[in-house]
Every structure is written in structure tokens, then in C-alpha cells.
Design a protein around this ligand. Structure first.
Ligand code: 13P
Ligand code: SF4
Length: 346
């Protein structure tokens, strides 16, 4: 059945009440705002979430912004609209708070690519290396790492490691390769990839550039090297958003998950954003299937019912907190990007 294709209101009611257990005619946005206040909750959203989730969130940002927000909030409940490793970071940094993820199945291909038992063997095979792990990994892999990085702070953190110190980097081989090229460091890389960013097609991107010769290419460093070679700006999702805001160009080609364009259109109104295509020329096929599991309906239910919650054994949480705190200490200070308005006070 396609959206809005119900034969009658009764059909819609039956479908939703059996699957989702609430009145299908509720104004979800109003209810989410009401429940957020009632439960003293804060809604944090990544820029790859659906536009309507970004619009109802208190804060929208990249992984580093969201980690900082999660560590600093005085709310009782953190509703994390992102993927599981992001919500786990919130729980690790704010253990006294209830942390809710609307869909617990919202994983990440990078996390999946790096099972903790195999990562342990990798570490043990390189005893003289320091282990830097991208935040897109499980709490178990974090606990086995020395320092966590995000795409916002990775270069600055690598630069603080003594030149003679060999580095292991997991799990993203493309971000690791980009960092190794940028910093000139020799890094041993775990072979993980992001299913979204590895799908961009060089041939299609070059074709698009010839059609839009004045459009700079903004790319996330999770893209393969051939895509990054075509980029005018490479950075985290916050960095890409800042780039399109401050650049004098009027149109841009965006090589990352296309939901970010919703935020770009808000912060840079009037500019044009073209999603970089995958191999068959399709932009929608670069949607993150994990991020897409969170919906307004699930967000409403999560707030209403206080579930599903992130739970971590305390010894694992404590072990994973150490490299995360090191990351926060070693990150260059920059103001937290709060691209979304604070709806609660609007
Ligand atoms: P950012 O930290 O740049 O938001 O990236 C997170 C992510 O999962 C990109 O795929
Ligand atoms: Fe993971 Fe890629 Fe989705 Fe980011 S876009 S959450 S790296 S699968």
C-alpha cells in the first residue's frame, strides 16, 4: 500500500492501531513537543534524519556536536534520533540519564564491520601502536581503543600524537586513508566502509560536474579516495553545512547522505543543493538505511513509553568512557553547532 492510499479512515485506523498502537490522526509534532516538556526530555538529532525529525529536535548536529550536547544536558531524558552508536555515546557520557533510541535496530555498517573479538586480535597483533577509533563503532570497540575521534576532530587529534608513534585506525578505511594522506602519517587501517558513502559513482559525479561547472563539490571523508579527489571541500557534516553557508557559490554538489540537504536549505536559503549520485545515477539510493529506521511515529512512541532504552553494563560503560573523554579533551574548542532552533523556548 502506498502512502495515503487507505480506502477509508477506518482502514488507516486499523493498520496503524495494530502496528503502532496509537490514534493515527494525532498531530505527532504537537504531541512530541508536549511530551518532551512533560518528561523533561531533550531531542538530539543527526543531520541524516528525516527533515520532520530535524525540525522537531532541540539540537541538530554532527557526531561531535551531539556528543558534547549529550554530555552537557540537564534534561532527565535524552531521545537520540540517530543511530545506536550515537545513543550509546550519550549513555556513556551521561549514565544517570535515560537514553532512548526510537528504533534499536538503527545500527551502522561501520560498526558491523568491526566485531570486538576481531578488533581485539588486531590490537594484540600491533602492541606498539596507539589505537584510534572512529566514533562509528560499538561500545566494546571503544573500550578496546585509546582515543575516539569523529570526522570533525580526527585530524587535530592525529596531529597531537608524537610523530614516532605508530597508529592503528578503525573501522573506516576511507576516513583513515584520508587522514593518513592529510597528516602524512603511516596508519594501519581496519578495512571497514560505510554502505552509503562507498556507493557514490565517480563517473556519475564527473558527469554532474560538467553539467554544473560552477557548483563546488562538498564531500564527507567516508567517501572513497576517487570521490574525494573531485571535492572542493571535505569535512564532517557540520563542516559541510558551514561550507555551503559561507561559500559565495550558489549551487553545490553534496557527496554525503542526502537528508543533510534539508539542514543546508534551512541555513543557506536560496542556494541549490544537488545530491551526488550512485552508480545508476540515483540519489535516493544513498539514503542511510539505518538512520531511516527512526520515524516520527517511533519518536512519538519512544517519548510516550520511555522505551527502547540504551542499557550498558557499568564496567563496559566505564571502559568506553575513558577514550571518549580523551577525545573531548583533545578536541579543538569550537562552539557547538546548533543549527536547529530550540523549539521548547520558541
Ligand atoms: P558526522 O560526525 O560528520 O556527522 O558523521 C557521522 C556519520 O555517520 C557519517 O556517516
Ligand atoms: Fe553508518 Fe554510513 Fe549510516 Fe553514517 S551513513 S550511520 S557511517 S551506515
Amino acid at each position: 500500500m502506498t502512502e495515503n492510499a487507505y480506502a477509508s479512515e477506518a482502514d488507516a485506523e486499523n493498520l496503524f492501531s495494530s502496528e503502532l498502537d496509537f490514534d493515527p490522526f494525532l498531530d505527532l509534532e504537537d504531541e512530541i513537543i508536549r511530551l518532551r516538556q512533560e518528561k523533561n526530555a531533550v531531542i538530539l538529532a543527526h543531520v541524516y534524519q528525516d527533515g520532520e525529525i530535524q525540525d522537531v529536535a532541540d539540537f541538530v548536529g554532527d557526531s561531535l556536536d551531539l556528543s558534547r550536547k549529550a554530555a552537557a544536558t540537564d534534561a532527565d531524558v535524552i531521545v537520540f534520533c540517530g543511530v545506536r552508536f550515537m545513543a550509546e555515546v550519550a549513555k556513556i557520557l551521561s549514565p544517570g540519564k535515560t537514553v532512548i533510541l526510537p528504533d534499536l535496530e538503527a545500527g551502522c555498517s561501520l560498526e558491523e564491520s568491526c566485531p570486538p573479538d576481531q578488533f581485539r586480535i588486531f590490537r594484540e597483533a600491533h602492541p606498539d601502536h596507539i589505537a584510534l577509533s572512529y566514533i562509528n563503532c560499538s561500545a566494546e570497540v571503544k573500550a578496546l581503543s585509546d582515543i575516539i575521534v569523529t570526522s570533525s576532530n580526527a585530524e587535530a587529534i592525529v596531529d597531537q600524537i608524537p610523530m614516532d608513534q605508530p597508529i592503528l585506525f578503525a573501522p573506516d578505511k576511507y576516513l583513515g586513508g584520508y587522514l593518513a594522506r592529510k597528516t602524512g602519517r603511516d596508519m594501519t587501517l581496519w578495512p571497514g566502509t560505510c554502505v552509503v558513502h562507498e556507493q557514490f559513482s565517480l563517473r556519475e559525479l564527473v558527469r554532474l560536474k560538467t553539467l554544473h561547472p560552477n557548483a563546488p563539490v562538498a564531500a564527507h571523508p567516508e567517501c572513497p579516495e576517487d570521490i574525494l579527489r573531485e571535492a572542493d571541500h571535505i569535512g564532517s557534516t557540520s563542516s559541510l553545512t558551514n561550507f555551503v553557508t559561507t561559500s559565495p557559490a550558489q549551487e553545490f554538489i553534496i557527496a554525503t547522505e542526502p537528508k543533510i540537504i534539508h539542514q543546508m536549505e534551512k541555513v543557506a536559503p536560496g542556494k541549490t543543493f544537488i545530491g551526488a549520485p550512485g552508480s545508476d545515477g540515483c540519489v535516493g539510493c544513498n539514503n542511510c538505511p539505518f538512520m531511516a529506521l527512526n520515524t516520527m511515529e517511533k519518536l512519538y512512541l519512544a517519548l510516550r513509553d520511555g522505551t527502547p532504552q540504551i542499557q550498558l553494563p557499568e564496567d563496559l560503560r566505564v571502559a568506553a568512557e575513558k577514550p571518549l573523554r580523551r577525545m573531548l579533551e583533545m578536541s579543538p574548542m569550537k562552539p557547538v553547532t546548533e543549527t536547529a532552533r530550540a523549539r521548547a523556548v520558541a
